[in-house]
Ligand binder design. Structure first.
Ligand code: SF4
Length: 398
């Protein structure tokens, strides 16, 4: 597995695979071909079907400027990956370069013909079961294991991740108005956060705050604000909502919170390696399901839970998202995405609690198994339900 830096990325929404990945691809094409005076960019598959709502064309044009560029959306062409782009560069009307890129989720890209970056896979253990056995044998916990693999500057990186998460909540809570796009969706984080107290019920308030935080980040994401992919832009609200909830509890040190974020990151990385974090590849179970799993593991780490309980919480959170489709209306990462982040944050809380109640009693399904199942399920999902905006709510909503 690659560094957790490749999972937790700071960038602008609304979509890691539809904006961050294509932006990186355009930058790479420009780096390799600085002499082009005109560039054609073909978007295929999900990028063509939902690229408008996800602002893919806008971000590519803006990145390529001042070089002239034309974007061609082709949803029909048969391509090897649902998020495929072709760049064709010209100089004086003559073709001088071409590059095929796959936006594989979480802002990461793969360039056709490039040698796989196997050497950059700094984590040699790729299963939770192997990592927990290694940690037990060496008497270390998961954050120490992560520290032993990442470089010495990693803690500073995680501080930035934490700060951007908290800032996106703050901005989202304080920004009323309407989200960009034709759906005219009202921002609700501020409204939800400022609801009057119900009978001084503190647990009710904590849950409502979690919902508000998830809305805050997701609304920031939907309006192109700065967020952290956790593991993607579309699912960026779940983990920060739970992190802020844990900060509000005032029970944990800052170091404990950063350590728990490392555990969440490792869980996300395992799904990225063995399953998928791309809605276009495996539906929303891969995005919001993974985010829920990461948040549940985060909570267990904070409570000082065993390896078994962390695994169990992550497994429960992902298992009950299996089969979840991706059907954003008109391709905007707004409906069902924003509300879904809030519900998943609450589910993370419940999954963490349930793992504690069960206390590993008769646990038959491991986290590693549910990750593999998620990928299989995603591949079996009808194409319409994998970020194409052709099925589900996107089809029914008028
Ligand atoms: S439905 Fe889920 S996977 Fe699809 S765009 Fe929304 S958050 Fe992403």
């Amino acid at each position: 597995m690659y560094s957790l830096r490749e999972l937790f990325k700071i960038g602008n929404g609304p979509s890691s695979s539809h904006t961050m990945g294509p932006k990186e691809a355009a930058l790479e094409f420009l780096r390799r071909n600085p002499d082009c005076d005109f560039i054609e960019v073909y978007l295929y598959g999900s990028l063509a079907l939902t690229g408008k709502g996800h602002l893919t064309d806008y971000i590519i044009e803006r990145t390529i400027l001042p070089t002239r560029c034309q974007i061609i959306m082709d949803p029909i062409k048969d391509v090897p990956h649902p998020n495929t782009l072709d760049f064709i560069g010209y100089k004086n009307h003559e073709k001088i370069a071409e590059m095929r890129v796959y936006s594989i989720g979480g802002g990461a890209i793969k360039i056709e013909g490039d040698v796989e970056r196997i050497k950059d896979e700094i984590y040699q253990l790729n299963k939770f079961s192997d990592i927990s056995s290694y940690c037990k044998k060496n008497n270390i916990n998961i954050p120490s294991y992560v520290d032993s693999i990442e470089n010495e500057d990693f803690n500073n990186y995680m501080e930035q991740i934490y700060n951007v998460m908290m800032e996106s909540i703050e901005r989202g809570l304080n920004t009323p108005g309407i989200l960009p796009g034709r759906l005219m969706v009202k921002r609700k984080a501020n409204y939800l956060y400022n609801q009057p107290e119900i009978d001084n019920d503190n647990s009710e308030k904590l849950r409502r705050n979690i919902i508000s935080y998830a809305y805050a980040v997701s609304e920031e994401n939907a309006s192109g604000g700065l967020i952290v992919t956790a593991p993607t832009c579309g699912a960026a609200g779940v983990l920060p909502a739970i992190v802020k909830y844990s900060v509000d509890l005032n029970k944990y040190t800052h170091k404990e919170i950063i350590d728990a974020l490392k555990v969440a990151g490792l869980i996300g990385n395992l799904v990225k390696k063995n399953g998928s974090i791309s809605g276009a590849e495996a539906g929303c179970q891969a995005e919001v399901g993974t985010a829920c799993s990461m948040a549940a593991a985060y909570l267990c780490q904070l409570e000082g839970a065993s390896f078994e309980r962390i695994s169990s919480a992550a497994e429960i959170a992902l298992e009950h998202h299996l089969g979840l489709t991706c059907d954003p209306i008109e391709g905007y990462v707004q409906i069902p995405c924003i509300e879904r982040n809030a519900v998943a944050a609450l589910r993370a809380l419940d999954a963490a609690k349930l793992s504690g109640y069960l206390n590993n009693a008769d646990s038959k399904i491991s986290f590693d198994l549910v990750v593999e199942t998620m990928l299989d399920t995603g591949r079996d999902l009808n194409y319409e339900y994998r970020e194409t905006s052709k099925g589900g709510l996107a089809k029914k909503y008028k």
